[in-house]
Design a binder for this molecule. Structure first.
Ligand code: GDP
Ligand code: MG
Length: 293
């Protein structure tokens, strides 16, 4: 069995090229608009794309929301900082339009970051072969890419082929989210998923479905954020296993969860984890409601 592959993939492109539509199509699920609450974190997860033995976390990076003439040096610095710990990028272009200043700005930052790039030529529906060929030439002149895919995110054409190319961008890495995790989740829910995943990676045998994670609070700290969470189990003996001898297990879980969350969010994370027993929590409606189950 080969190792699990994962990574952070920046989803880039000027406004309106179809990034959100593409994220939907790739994730095969509805990716609802992210809640308008203030983000505590620097980055926003647009979608989690699950494959066989791999997982790509698509990120929406701030810094591309302005028209080309407003792309300042300051914005460039923001973009560079945000690209820093991404593993790869999907650059979405509108195949029906000429390359613009916004596309060139992004291409330049990608070159600077040195990330592997897959170009997605979107909106090919309604274009004839010659027009698509011309768009491919324009894209080739814009940026060096590992692969290029003409797609219609709206109709789904070409999206499966694109998805199959994603794992080649990824290195060995953890499974950040359980299968089925999407993206229209709150930061609390996403953090809970990552903590649960980190716990189950170590406890898969002992505490299978009895473990729930309830993130109570995410608070900005002087550096990064503090995440306070309760790990809920059903019996004292499960609690003993999750805590471990002298707290060794919960520390280990906390260590890998902290790393995973920090990597995905691009923020220093302090984790405050508590383990509690709640007998038969799975039959408790209000608990299930809280956990969004
Ligand atoms: P974003 O700003 O890059 O996230 O772009 P959106 O995903 O919001 O899409 C912008 C507009 O382009 C919407 O009206 C979409 O329906 C439309 N759109 C997205 N993908 C396609 C496509 O493949 N073909 C066509 N014809 N329209 C598309
Ligand atoms: Mg969008």
């Amino acid at each position: 069995m080969s190792a699990f592959r994962s990574g952070l993939v920046a989803l880039l492109g000027r406004p309106n090229v179809g990034k959100s539509t593409l994220a939907n199509a790739l994730a095969r699920s509805r990716v609802a608009a992210v809640s308008p609450r203030p983000q505590t974190t620097r980055r926003r997860i647009t979608a989690v794309v699950h494959g066989d033995g791999w997982q790509a976390v698509l990120l929406d990076l701030p810094g591309f929301q302005k028209p080309a003439d407003a792309l300042t040096a300051r914005m460039q610095a923001t973009v560079d900082r945000n690209l820093e710990d991404c593993d790869a990028a999907l650059l979405v272009l509108n195949a029906a339009e000429e390359i613009g200043g916004g596309d060139r700005f992004i291409a330049e930052r990608l070159r600077h970051a040195g990330l592997p790039v897959i170009v997605v030529l979107n909106k090919v529906d309604g274009l004839d072969r010659d027009a698509v060929a011309r768009a491919i030439v324009r894209a080739s002149e814009l940026v060096d890419f590992a692969a290029l895919h003409p797609v219609s995110a709206l109709r789904g054409d070409g999206v499966d082929a694109l998805r199959e190319d994603l794992p080649q961008l990824l290195g060995e890495g953890p499974r950040y989210f359980p299968e089925g995790a999407a993206s229209d989740q709150t930061e609390e829910e996403l953090a809970a998923e990552m903590i649960r995943e980190a716990a189950l990676a170590r406890l898969r045998q002992e505490v299978p479905h009895a473990l729930a994670v309830d993130v109570q609070e995410i608070e900005p700290a002087r550096e990064g954020v503090v995440v306070r969470a309760v790990l809920v189990v059903e019996t004292e003996s499960q609690k003993g296993i999750v805590v471990g001898r002298g707290g060794s297990m919960i520390r280990a879980i906390g260590g890998s969860a902290r790393e995973a969350i920090g990597h995905v969010w691009g923020t220093a994370v302090h984790l405050d984890l508590v383990v509690k027993v709640r007998r038969r929590w799975r039959e408790d409606e209000s608990m299930l409601e809280r956990l969004g189950l």
